[in-house]
Write a protein that binds this ligand. Sequence first.
Ligand SMILES: *Cc1c(COP(=O)(O)O)cnc(C)c1O
Length: 463
Amino acid sequence: MTDNTTADKPVWIKPTLRAHRSGLLNKFGAVPSRQWQDEFEDVPVADLIHQFGSPLFVISEQRLRKNVRHLTRAFSARYPRVQYSWSYKTNYLNAVCAIAHQEGAWAEVVSAFEYEKARNLGVPGEKILFNGPHKPRAILERAIKEGAHIHVDHLDELQLIDEIARATAQNVEITLRLNFDTGVTEPWSRFGFNVESGQALDAAWRVAHSPNLKLTGLHSHIGTFVMDTRAYRAQVKTMCQFMERAEKDTGCQIDCIDVGGGFASRNALQGVYLPPEQVVPSIDQYAEAICDTLLEATHGREREGRPRPLLLLETGRAVVDDAEILLTSVVGNKRLPDGRRATIVDAGVNLLFTAFWYHHNVKPTRELSGVAEETVLYGPLCMNIDVMRASILLPPLDVGDVLMFSPVGAYNNTQWLQFIEYRPNVVLVHDDRQVSIVRAAEDLQAVTAQERLPDHLRDVSPR
Ligand SMILES: *Cc1c(COP(=O)(O)O)cnc(C)c1O
């Protein structure tokens, strides 16, 4: 009830109920962050915005290198044969891929476009893992010729590879993609060959019967943002059991076990109420789960003088997510009919596709004063779905104030949409703190470059 009593004259006001929204604890049990951050990798946010405009994606070269090294060391310290491959679809900006490759990563691609991108960057075919359910004949022919690792998704594809191998008199080593129930994660049964139903073993037999094909690898990718490391223990166990069975039955010799990607990043998944620091396993915990199981399962091979398989990793999200931020500026404030404050910023779900499933960390970039209040953050699109954050406690923001969204390195620079707005600059903070554009902001010319206007439509005056 509102108390509006003045010293001399009490005035009666109709009582109203108001939700108490600006407390210390929110419904997620977390104390709202009062932090602000005015630099990224020691480069002032104000300088970045001044020089490159808003909104702006900023990538840290140092952080990305560190993450790749950390991942590869965590696995190499626990298992003798490890090769990491960069998952292109997670972020295929050339600069990002090049940094991963300089750190020793191969390329993991899932389409003709991604294959061509990797080759164009100078990655040789032998260092490309070719996944995905759609590999048209022309790109398969090229990939086979160039010695890429072909990960087969279905029987028609196996047939096509067999045809190409025969027609060109080549011997092709192939990897089968497997799917199965880990008992922990939702099975991704649409990719690859199912183990439980016997489909995968049938495929291994098909390969064995072809004079031109050789089964040398097994692949599976059990999901994404997998927060339970037991899923990986189950995965490796199933893959190793299948390896032994396929080798014994069909006479193949498996040299690679590829466990795919899927490690969670330190991002807050919507609907998970505990902070990511508490629920997301560390890279070392993932490495331990996978390497322990693989060492145990391949112990016998070593005793018998058969080599342990090469462990292939295709981690995307957990490597790149925290190496990139998005800076966005306030363009206006308004009050919604239900009393909530709404703030409109210049970056929306067109740029931050992951806003649909994460509660990103949102930080002001200067010290703000005033009472924090529940705020809706809207993007600039003329679309109801353009919500960057449905509810966040923030002090009042002025037009021009810059907010920092993080982490945003995974699946945004690939899934973003050219929709309503131009896509902005993406810059890289180099190891030496120099900053350069790695993807230039779009303009009218860039966005309409592929359009063709028939002659009779050139004049738009009414006829
Ligand atoms: C997407 C994908 C990855 C990378 O997944 P993350 O969850 O980003 O680690 C790896 N392998 C395959 C086959 C994929 O489709």
